[in-house]
Design a protein around this ligand. Structure first.
Ligand SMILES: Nc1nc2c(ncn2[C@@H]2O[C@H](COP(=O)(O)OP(=O)(O)OP(=O)(O)O)[C@@H](O)[C@H]2O)c(=O)[nH]1
Ligand SMILES: [Mg+2]
Ligand SMILES: [Zn+2]
Length: 227
């Protein structure tokens, strides 16, 4: 058992070096990197599709973005994003249930970073170990959907306590699903008082403007700091 712990710590320490290199490279280019984490089917890809559609409609918030898509198998999410006009690079982890920084460093070699404002990384659908790995991102975003139930923050505290923002998706289903929203909000507040909490309905795009404003605001802060 002791050996297992030692090896795990060594792997994570090694990955921290890759994460630091990714962060340095992206900061030099003033690219905001966002690590999007949530269970399978919570709406991560839909969020990115709707982000592209809303930016395409114009409005006050404008930024360019590309996506690194993490999935165990298939190129389906990258294909969905390509159909939405978004350049996306698909990573297949072939069994691994999270992305690691060395994979991101490698992916960045094939991603065109010119004129790029924001890099979204859609992590493998999983509420557990993606939260343990630093990919060199500026911050993590936790996505949790109404049908998953309101008890998730306390059951998977690592993600919810670190996330800069928590997105509650599928709020259009609130009338049909038993979901204690007060409990959900209270538990997030207890874990992470600073997290910005947004409620999204990705069918009607309700709440999406707040998401765009949040990303645009963080991008502006990054430009300011990197100057
Ligand atoms: N009713 C409703 N359905 C949604 C919403 N957002 C996403 N969906 C649906 O939820 C399903 C899963 O959405 P995805 O965006 O593929 O989920 P994901 O998190 O990317 O899933 P993985 O990549 O497999 O982890 C799809 O059928 C979406 O159309 C929402 O706000 N409301
Ligand atoms: Mg997806
Ligand atoms: Zn994992």
């Amino acid at each position: 058992m002791g050996t297992v712990v030692t090896i795990r710590q060594a792997v994570m320490a090694e990955d921290e070096k890759y994460a630091a290199r990714v962060r340095e490279m992206l900061t030099k280019r003033k690219i905001l990197a966002v690590n999007i984490i949530g269970s399978p089917g919570c709406g991560k890809t839909t969020l990115l599709e709707r982000t592209a559609a809303c930016l395409g409609r114009g409005g006050s918030k404008k930024f360019s973005f590309r996506v690194i898509e993490g999935d165990i198998e298939t190129a389906r999410d990258a294909e969905r994003l390509a159909a939405a006009g978004v350049e996306a690079l698909q990573i297949n982890t072939k069994g691994a249930c999270h992305l690691e920084a060395h994979v991101i460093e490698n992916a960045l070699k094939s991603l065109d970073c010119n004129g790029l404002d924001v890099l979204f990384i859609e992590n493998v659908g999983n509420l557990v170990c993606p939260a343990e790995f630093d990919l060199g991102e500026d911050f993590k975003v936790a996505v949790s959907s109404v049908p998953e139930g309101a008890d998730k923050p306390l059951k998977y505290p690592m993600l919810f306590s670190q996330a800069a923002a928590v997105l509650l998706t599928k709020v259009d289903l609130l009338p049909y699903v038993r979901f204690d929203k007060d409990l959900f909000l209270r538990d997030i507040r207890a874990l992470n008082p600073k997290a910005l909490i947004m409620e999204l309905d990705l069918i009607s795009d309700a709440g999406l403007e707040s998401w765009l404003a949040f990303i645009a605001g963080r991008l502006e802060e990054k430009h300011h700091v990197a100057q």
